[in-house]
Design a protein around this ligand. Structure first.
Ligand SMILES: [Zn+2]
Ligand SMILES: [Zn+2]
Length: 715
């Protein structure tokens, strides 16, 4: 039998199936590997002949639901497409190895029925307090309450703690479809279309498009309800920062239960539970970040990719893949519909609609909805901010009016920290990361300078390492922390919240701030892209984009498209409910096509122009790209290897290889990086060419070659 192991191996290994072990394709099995044992998946019949003497036995079949054929084929496909060893892709489906072992019956404890005695010890009180977040194992309780195991044992003996009833599948037991909310006629049509597709039990791809507030979520909830009626499972992919309490609240309102969640914040026990529930079919609806795509969801009836344009769907490390695109493939193998959802669909998806590969459902604005707010540019050349400041007089005036009217405002700046650059006032020396080609970003909150690429940090040196001047370092440019300082000077006493991924620890903290905004305890939100996600701020009437040009420059092929999407999303925060909104863009380039399209509220023209430009350059989605990145600690060696690679490039009429060139992020974590870009026409066998090419290249072991098919990042 061929057994695939979750290791970076090119193919499955062959093992002997003995009569004692009954294993079929898809089963998880225990096999010997060298001197150790490993868990793998029976992939099919053996493809190679191995002498009987060398053949080893499959030791046991594990008590876990088998990996369905649709997922095995999906794994093979992803491996083939991304040029990743199949075992490395399988590893993503086996991300919780402990879930494969029969669950250990570790009892969970909850508070006993007897009223707490007056003579309870401080330690016992702490244990009961630790139960606030739900039943827990004795070990977890001891850890949470910081008490010894003996304390817990005595509490169990005295019935202060009693066993909690076993948890019936997260969300499974109580899950029921409530009658849906009143839908608008347009929503109803779209929902019916999707529900019909779900019932047909066959593959389809559909774009569900509509401005924020048009009711896209309610529509795909109807498709989920249809999948549940069919007795099948549904998978919803969401960018992690969009998995908010608000979203979950809406979900609960519709399905009367929480979905099974899958994101990076989960502990091992939760991951194990979620994995098993997905595999057993007990979890009917799974909501997760991109890696949820590889969960062994057994009977998939629907995949939804919300915020499909979001760049976080691309995994940039390990197996490099785009979960948005792979979701379509996953749906194909599972023979179920897929739905891509966005207010600002990616150009790729729009072109797929034009080509007739995806269906398109468009939701118009809701009746009575405020629609797009009024958008205007502030020409920073005409009305520059005061020295050492970043907000121009017209923006400050608009803020003043907003606060005077008792309304809320948002300042958007996609820059974490205090200042993006720190330089010596005497000699101009800039503080850079010792490991990366990147400036150190000052975070006053932590009193540190941080590298956003490798995590290196240091404190601001007392004297300049170059010229020796004392206390000469100055902050250059704005970050969200610095804006808060500027605001505090102009508007003392204002309630300000900074929303950035590093000022808030996890989704819960973000939710807490969002709730305070909803209760109008906050006047001004200063935020990075985290605020661009679909939160509802009904009393927010002014959005100031501090640097609308940020992101427009740079060699990234999608820079304009992404800036356009992000600014539209941010603009969507203003002017909800019955209060009209206003968006002010601070820019030095008011004539840039992106800025002009935004002001004219004319996305269509922008997209048409962007499409034309890409078509002319044969860039995606009108051509195919693959990036190759060679990196090594030794600069000369890495460069030589990259050149060697380029020399061996296939001389095919259909593919051009550009480079090598030093990557924009030239040094990363101490390694020098060189990029090559392979460019080919649509439908070209890029993978076959690459395999052929890379098969000829043998790089020294300490150099690394990363292949990125359909690159999103060009750093
Ligand atoms: Zn200096
Ligand atoms: Zn660094």
């Amino acid at each position: 039998m061929a057994v695939l192991l979750p290791l970076p191996l090119a193919k499955p290994y062959t093992y002997r199936l003995t009569p004692e072990v009954k294993a079929a394709p898809g089963d998880f099995v225990l096999v010997p590997l060298g001197r150790k044992r490993a868990i793998g998946v029976v992939w099919g019949d053996a493809r190679e002949r191995i002498s009987e003497a060398r053949l080893k036995n499959i030791l046991a079949r594990l008590d876990a639901p088998p990996l369905p054929q649709s997922i095995r084929r999906f794994i093979d496909w992803v491996a083939d497409y991304t040029l990743t060893p199949p075992g490395a892709v399988l590893k993503m489906s086996m991300s919780v190895p402990s879930a494969l072992l029969a669950p250990k019956a570790k009892p969970l404890w909850q508070r006993g029925p007897s009223p707490p005695a007056l003579n309870m010890s401080e330690q016992q009180r702490r244990v009961l307090a630790a139960l606030a977040s739900g039943p827990a194992s004795a070990r977890d309780l001891a850890r949470r309450a910081v008490v010894g195991a003996g304390v817990i044992r005595r509490m169990i003996a005295h019935n202060l703690l009693i066993p909690a009833p076993p948890k019936v599948g997260i969300a499974a037991a109580s899950l029921q479809v409530k009658p849906g909310p009143q839908l608008s006629p347009a929503q109803m049509l779209a929902a019916r279309d999707l529900a019909t597709k779900v019932r047909s039990r066959s593959f389809s791809a559909t774009l569900l498009e509509g401005v924020t507030g048009a009711g896209k979520t309610e529509v795909y909830f109807e498709a989920i309800a249809a999948a549940l009626e069919q007795g099948r499972q549904a998978l919803v992919l969401l960018p992690e920062i969009a998995m908010t309490a608000q979203w979950l609240e809406r979900f609960r309102a519709r399905f009367e239960a929480a979905p099974v969640l899958w994101h990076s914040d989960l502990g091992v026990a939760q991951r194990r539970q979620a994995w098993r529930a997905a595999a057993s079919g007990e979890a009917r609806i799974i909501v997760g970040a991109r890696s949820a795509l590889f969960l062994p969801v057994n009977d998939l009836g629907l995949i939804v990719v919300d915020e499909e344009h979001d760049a976080s769907y691309k995994q940039e490390e390990g197996a490099i893949y785009n979960a948005r695109d792979m979701a379509i493939v996953r749906a194909k193998f599972a023979a179920c519909p897929s739905v891509l959802v966005s207010a600002t669909p990616s150009l790729e998806t729009l072109v797929n609609c034009q080509r007739g590969r995806y269906a398109r459902l468009h939701l118009p604005e809701r009746h009575g909805q405020a629609g797009m707010p009024e958008i205007a540019a502030i020409d920073m050349r005409q009305t520059p901010p005061g020295s050492g400041r970043f907000l121009s007089p017209p923006l400050i005036e608009a803020l003043r009016e907003t606060f005077a009217a008792g309304e809320q405002a948002l300042l958007f700046l996609n820059r974490r920290g205090y200042a993006p650059l720190t330089l010596c006032g005497a000699c101009g020396h800039r503080l850079a990361c010792p490991n990366c080609t990147a400036w150190l970003v000052e975070h006053r909150q932590y009193g540190r300078l941080l590298c956003h690429h490798c995590g290196h940090y240091e404190i601001t040196p007392a004297s300049c390492p170059k010229c020796g001047a004392e206390r000469s370092f100055r902050a250059c440019g704005p970050g969200v922390e610095r804006l808060r300082e500027e605001i505090a000077r102009d508007f003392p006493g204002l309630n300000v919240a900074v929303l950035a991924s590093d000022t808030l620890a996890g989704p819960k903290a973000v939710d807490a701030v969002i709730e305070r905004i909803g209760r109008r305890q906050i006047d001004l939100v200063i935020g990075t892209q985290i605020v661009a996600k679909g939160h509802h701020f009904p009393h927010l009437t002014l959005v100031g984009v501090v640097d609308a040009d940020l992101g427009l420059m740079g060699g990234d092929l999608r820079a304009a498209e992404r800036t356009h999407q992000m600014l539209i999303q941010v603009a969507g925060r203003a002017g909800r409910a019955d209060l009209p909104g206003k968006v002010l863009l601070q820019t030095y380039a008011p004539d840039h096509p992106v800025i002009k399209a935004l002001i004219a509220n004319d996305s269509q023209t922008f997209l048409t122009e962007e499409t034309k430009a890409r078509m002319a350059a044969k860039m995606p989605p009108f051509g195919r790209l693959a990036a190759l990145i060679v990196s090594g600690a030794d600069e000369g060696e890495a460069m030589e290897a990259a050149r060697h690679l380029a020399r061996l490039a296939p001389q095919s009429a259909g593919m051009r290889v550009l480079g090598p060139a030093p990557a924009p992020l030239y040094r990363l974590r101490g390694r020098y990086r060189f990029r090559l870009l392979a460019k080919a026409g649509l439908g070209a066998p890029v993978q076959a060419w690459l395999r052929d090419w890379l098969g000829k290249v043998k790089l020294p072991r300490h150099l690394k070659l990363v292949v990125d098919i359909d690159p999103i990042s060009f750093l």
